[in-house]
Design a protein around this ligand. Structure first.
Ligand code: B12
Ligand code: SF4
Ligand code: SF4
Length: 351
């Protein structure tokens, strides 16, 4: 039997082999163009579901047409990188426990770009996006065959579940597109919608982000609204609940293989331990412990606010001293959340 040689393999197969070699778990190709879900995105913004995420309405023309971010782009290479759905759930969402995925994935997509240039023998105009530009990444990923839009809004792959990041490399180089993922494999299931502690889904596939714990603990800059605080339970940063209950994750999520996503030491222990540690940090120790981590996004003040809220939910009399110290935090809203937590813990010491 004749074995295929590198010369007889298509550029698309070689490219995919190269992407898998770089550690990506999913690879698909699609043609950029007008985005099918642009109207859904615009009506979501108009409904106010994006809250304070002011960067989202920007670049609307580019978001509507994925040929625009990179002049002359004719192909979108879309990748998925597993971040370990089999890891136990905890106070910090799985995606955020290790190094920042933006850095890890962008560097690899840049490497893929350079490989393509050397294979093509010419400079290729292109750019990598990992949550870093006006791109409807889930839309492009579905179109490239990576999965379907789950009712929890996450893109689900039938062999991997949804615990993977999406990255996009737009290039001015013609590649044969893959078939889009057309099926909806959610069926009559509603587990994610039922499990959400804050009832953040307005309807299947439409999330009111302003109620989502992920938004409240990562994106929101101000106080956490009182009605949502106790619903955060022990969640210090991000939320995986609507993915944890998904049968596709229960069955198909995979172990973590990416060393750079291994949890940092500072995140060891249960919700109380993590919250106490964070609440006791100053700016310097925060910078040291979260260097290169996606958790830097919330800044020390945001993390301290979340940590105080969590101690209000799961703390005990042993946490009173930490919370009392936080009453003197330079950020008044951290002190306000600490006061709320002390009131919740109650008892003589807290009073
Ligand atoms: C803003 C944002 C958020 C916001 C809002 C989330 C949301 N659902 O919109 C907040 C802060 C809450 C958030 C949370 C999370 N995020 Co986020 N987020 C984004 C970001 C930057 C934009 C998403 C967006 O455009 N939202 C607007 C809404 C309208 O879009 P959408 O929910 O994606 O819905 C699309 C489709 O569902 C479809 N659609 C809409 N309505 C309907 C209706 C029907 C009937 C159909 C068929 C389709 C459809 O059109 C939409 C636009 O394409 C993307 C990166 C990017 N540039 O795309 C990452 C991204 C979506 N986030 C990601 C992750 C990992 C998370 C979290 C899991 C992190 C965590 N553990 O805390 C949570 C999950 C929460 C959840 N249930 O969605 C990954 C998702 C990977 C995946 N497999 O899907 C992305 C792609 C980042 C990345 N590069 O990997 N996120
Ligand atoms: S991430 Fe958590 S809070 Fe947000 S929609 Fe899912 S279950 Fe609800
Ligand atoms: S829990 Fe059920 S409805 Fe929700 S995304 Fe998973 S399969 Fe779809």
């Amino acid at each position: 039997m004749l074995m295929p040689t590198a010369e007889s393999l298509s550029i698309e197969s070689l490219l995919k082999a190269q992407a898998y070699g770089l550690g990506f778990d999913l690879v698909g190709i699609t043609s950029p163009g007008p985005m099918e879900t642009a109207d859904a995105f615009d009506s979501w913004i108009e409904s106010g579901y994006s809250g304070e995420m002011d960067y989202l309405p920007r670049g609307s023309a580019k978001r509507r047409d994925s040929r625009l971010p990179v002049a002359g782009a004719t192909s979108a290479i879309v990748v998925g990188l597993n971040y370990g759905g089999r890891e136990p759930s905890g106070p910090v969402a799985r995606y955020a426990r290790g190094d920042d995925y933006h850095d890890v994935m962008t560097a690899r997509l840049d490497e893929l770009h350079r490989w393509l240039e050397s294979e093509a023998g010419r400079p290729i105009h292109g750019k990598a996006y990992v949550d870093t530009g006006p791109i409807l990444e889930r839309d492009l990923a579905r179109r490239a065959g990576l999965g379907w839009f789950g009712k929890n809004t996450n893109l689900i792959n039938p062999k991997l579940g949804s615990f993977f990041f999406i990255g996009v490399l737009l290039v001015d180089f013609d590649l044969a597109p893959d078939a889009p993922f057309e099926a909806d494999r959610c069926g009559s299931c509603t587990r994610c919608l039922d499990a959400c502690p804050t009832a953040a889904f307005v309807e299947p596939r439409v999330l009111d982000a302003t109620k989502c714990i992920s938004y409240l603990t990562i994106e929101a800059k101000g106080s956490i609204p009182l009605p949502e605080r106790d619903k955060m339970g022990g969640l210090v940063y991000g939320c995986d609940i609507c993915q944890d209950v998904c049968p596709w994750n229960v069955r198909f999520s995979q172990d973590m293989r990416e060393e750079s996503f291994r949890p940092r030491e500072v995140l060891g222990g249960d919700a109380r331990a993590v919250a106490r540690r964070i609440l006791s940090m100053d700016d310097e120790s925060f910078r040291r412990d979260f260097k290169g981590s996606p958790m830097k996004r919330a800044k020390r003040r945001g993390l301290a606010r979340n940590a105080a809220t969590v101690l209000g939910n799961v703390g005990t009399a042993d946490d009173v001293a930490t919370l009392v110290a936080a009453l003197h935090d330079p950020e008044p809203f951290v002190a306000e959340h600490a006061a709320w937590a002390l009131e919740r813990i109650g008892g003589n010491a807290a009073r």
